[in-house]
Design a protein around this ligand. Structure first.
Ligand SMILES: [Zn+2]
Length: 288
């Protein structure tokens, strides 16, 4: 159930650039679009020499306008194939991989990968989450070394509502005020929040949250009457994110980190509906 598209299905659906354009046209304008000029319905046909459709009144629709494909010289089918790779891979995609599979330059591959991450980020909500399910909040240090070999890790706050969405945010430091400020923008007041014993979370009740902690330094992993206070979900995400980022990318700068976080959030939040990843990515572009 809910299996993502496989490679055979991909090439059945998208055998060439025209098939991709037709698909894009349908999902952005509907199967029977009304012409904004003459008002007729469903009178569009593909122009032979342009990636555009024309109504029989002469009005044109360019399905790629407003999408990352618009000003790209990379053929549409290659873009679709790159999105296919991004939405069927579990642990992230390196630009090198895109370069090899698409037969494009590294620079082009890098740009395509970043555009796709940008739209993955947009599919996915940015909160605020809660207050229904228990929210787990935690900080992590993500990144690696900078070009001079110095430690260059960013502080990331992650919050996840059990049974709901996960949201991350890069924050400038791990001070109590900074962390609390980020929590208030990501989690609705009144939510129940589970964290570890870190000092940065101590004052959450003052911000209108019900707060439970587990003391990891004392090897306490769950607390509360039903053991509902724990941070296992967010920690599993960190583990997966770090393996993915470290395994796929040599280093991720703080500037680009939010895009990588968005990519992994997208996969995490759609983990039960992998079949929806590709279609949702394709409708993430601004409405025409
Ligand atoms: Zn018309």
């Amino acid at each position: 159930m809910f299996k993502p598209m496989n490679i055979q299905k991909f090439f059945e659906l998208f055998p060439n650039d025209d098939a991709c354009l037709e698909h894009l046209f349908k999902i952005r304008y509907g199967t029977e679009p009304r012409c904004t000029k003459c008002g007729q319905v469903g009178k569009f046909r593909k122009l032979s020499k342009m990636p555009a459709y024309t109504c029989n009144c002469g009005h044109h629709i360019h399905p790629m306008v407003g999408t990352p494909f618009e000003r790209s010289r990379t053929p549409l089918q290659k873009w679709f194939y790159a999105m296919f790779i991004f939405t069927t891979t579990r642990n992230g995609v390196a630009a090198k991989e895109i370069q090899r599979q698409l037969g494009v330059t590294y620079k082009t591959a890098w740009r395509i990968a970043h555009e796709i991450r940008k739209y993955m980020n947009q599919v996915d909500g940015d909160g605020p989450i809660g207050p229904k399910g228990i929210v787990e909040a935690d900080k992590a240090f993500i990144g690696g070394k900078d070009k001079q070999g110095q430690d260059d890790k960013s502080v990331v706050l992650g919050v996840v509502e059990r049974g709901g969405d996960l949201v991350t945010r890069v924050i400038p430091n791990r001070r109590e005020y900074t962390v609390a400020n980020a929590v208030t923008s990501l989690v609705q007041r009144g939510a129940r929040i589970a964290t570890d014993e870190a000092r940065a979370f101590k004052n959450l009740p003052e911000y209108g949250y019900r707060h439970g902690t587990v003391n990891h330094s004392k090897k306490e992993w769950t607390a509360g009457p039903n053991n509902e206070v724990h941070t296992n979900t967010i920690e599993a995400f960190w583990g997966w994110l770090k393996r993915g980022v470290n395994g796929t990318h040599v280093w991720v700068s703080e500037k680009h980190l939010p895009k990588y976080l968005g990519e992994f959030e997208f996969r995490f939040n759609l983990r039960d509906r992998p079949d929806q990843m590709f279609p949702l990515l394709l409708v993430s572009f601004p409405k025409p």
